[in-house]
Design a protein around this ligand. Structure first.
Ligand code: ADP
Ligand code: MG
Ligand code: ZN
Length: 501
């Protein structure tokens, strides 16, 4: 039995070594159809229902490139400050795997569609780290193997395997960083922040669902170490398919510690793929890394080259949305938020919701306060994300408007929100149905005031005698009588007036 690999204390690792990272992120595009055929690109369908001769690799079937996927690839490249190739081709990457029916993957090799860019990544403390982008290329996803009967879900120990080709041929973009150096002790954090920023960018572009847990965004983390003072890269390992942001950080950190322990004892690191185990936070060996020669890449003869015209590229550039981090900066200024307030808003997943509430006419302060306090609390009680609550920013804006118009008190407003969340309709409908509107009609209030004064003659006498602080008891009684629907300030005015004050 092999013992758990020895790892070096992290502080010692970063004292003695400099890490180099390389991140490869695969993104499934959300195009309607697959990369080279008209099959639907959907997640979760019955196995082997979204297939045709092309994506099953049947003899004689011919692929056609999905233009929308090329468009997405170029937009991703532009957002990553990349060059767009004037001309590029697909290539066949030859290898056998049961979930790859053609026995080759149609990919790109030395002619990626976009290359040489960067992404500026903001770390938790606000420091910005620039990550170079080597290239992003187009390819297709493989099918899925399901290994049944084993404990781990891996093929070892399984009794049989099932194959689902629905995913075969789904458009993928692989985004590859240049070697990331200079991150030192912060390398694991940089890795996480990079994937997070990339995910946000893809979301803003609207090109993918970017669900790490469903595999529409997958990250392979390459790690190597060089002794402090050296600038010659060490041998890397590639930890495959790390499927959460937290795991990216943990996997990089663990590999740094493992490499260091091996190197410190004079051992060598094998260039291999590794698997990350979420439960133990450790990695285990996968396969020895092939070199690119093993794949016998050659240009795909069944597809024409792609030559995006410069006009088209410029048109696509105009479709780029405001980048998430730019928007954060703008919003911070417009709403006059401190760094901390902004961070809270972002961490609560409330930024978009607040922005939409403001767009619907609410004041930023009010909008923010609703989403980060009362609504956040409601989401928390229900165990859902803020965005999953069944209330829209527009409805929240309407509630805020009703408060501003004096038609609702804050307390009544919360009841209106409760009604909307409970599916009772629009805010105005809830106000109507639950009878929540503030009693602003003075004659109705006057009656309640007179009754309260009559019920507490001693208090009334005190007020008449100049003890205006005593008015609180009468105001309280009126609020109770009107079930909190009165405007307390107005009630107080009426009480004082009634007592000649
Ligand atoms: P592969 O075909 O092995 O996946 P790629 O070129 O697609 O290779 O990706 C390798 C990644 O690792 C890139 O991000 C690259 O910048 C990075 N990389 C290359 N050499 C090293 C190294 N010695 N240490 C860490 N990362 C490296
Ligand atoms: Mg690769
Ligand atoms: Zn198909």
């Amino acid at each position: 039995m092999t013992a758990v690999a020895d790892i070096m204390d992290y502080d010692e690792v970063v004292e003695r070594f400099d890490p180099v990272l390389g991140l490869e992120v695969h993104v499934e595009l959300n195009t309607r159809t697959k990369m080279f055929c008209g099959c639907a690109n959907v997640f979760g369908a019955e196995p082997n229902t979204q297939v045709c001769p092309v994506c099953l690799g049947l003899p004689g079937a011919l692929p056609v490139v999905n233009a929308k996927a090329v468009e997405s690839a170029i937009r991703i490249g532009l957002a990553l400050n990349c060059e767009v190739a004037e001309w590029c081709r697909f290539a066949r990457k030859n290898y056998f795997y049961p979930d790859m029916p053609k026995n080759f993957q149609t990919s790109q090799y030395d002619e990626p569609i976009v290359f040489d860019g960067y992404l500026d990544v903001e770390l938790e403390d606000g420091e910005v780290f620039r990550v170079g982008i080597e290239r992003a290329h187009m390819e297709e996803d493989t099918g899925k193997s399901l290994h049944v009967g084993g404990e781990t879900g891996r093929i070892h120990g399984a009794e049989h395997s099932l194959l689902d080709y629905n995913r075969a041929g789904v458009p993928l973009i692989e985004i590859v960083t240049k070697p990331i150096t200079g991150a030192g002790a912060r390398a694991p954090e940089v890795a996480r922040a990079y994937v997070k920023a990339l995910r946000e960018l893809l979301l803003a572009l609207g090109v993918s669902d970017v669900r790490m847990e469903q595999g529409s965004l997958r990250c392979d983390a390459n790690v190597s170490l060089m002794p402090k003072g050296s600038s010659e890269f060490g041998t890397r390992t590639e930890t495959k398919n790390v499927n959460s942001l937290r795991s990216v950080e943990r996997a990089v950190r663990y590999e740094m510690q493992r490499h260091a322990a091996v190197l410190a004892e004079g051992g060598t690191i094998l260039q291999e793929t590794r698997h990350f185990d979420e439960s133990t936070g450790t990695t285990s060996p996968g396969r020895r890394k092939e070199t690119s020669e093993d794949y016998r890449y050659f240009p795909e003869p069944d597809l024409v080259p792609i030559a995006p015209s410069r006009e088209w590229v410029e048109e696509l550039r105009k479709t780029l949305p405001e980048m998430p981090w730019e928007r954060r900066k703008r919003v911070q200024q417009e709403w006059q938020l401190s760094n901390e307030e902004l961070r809270d808003l972002v961490n609560a997943g409330a930024l978009d919701l607040v922005a939409e509430t403001v767009d619907a006419g609410a004041a930023p302060g009010e909008a923010r306060s609703w989403w980060v306090s009362y609504l956040a609390q409601q989401a928390n009680n229900r165990g859902v994300e803020l965005g999953e609550l069944s209330i829209t920013p527009k409805q929240v804006a309407r509630v805020i408007e009703l408060v501003a118009q004096g038609k609702l008190t804050n307390k009544l407003a919360r009841q209106v929100v409760d009604g909307v969340l409970a599916g009772e309709g629009e805010p105005d409908e809830v106000v109507e149905a639950r009878g929540l509107e503030v009693v602003s009609d003075d004659s109705a209030l006057q009656k309640a005031v007179d009754e309260a004064l009559a019920a507490q003659p001693d208090v009334a006498e005190k007020i008449r005698g100049g003890k205006v602080q005593a008015a609180g008891a009468i105001v309280g009684a009126v609020m109770k009588a009107t079930k909190g629907k009165a405007d307390a300030k107005r009630v107080r005015e009426l009480v004082l007036a009634a007592c000649g004050q």
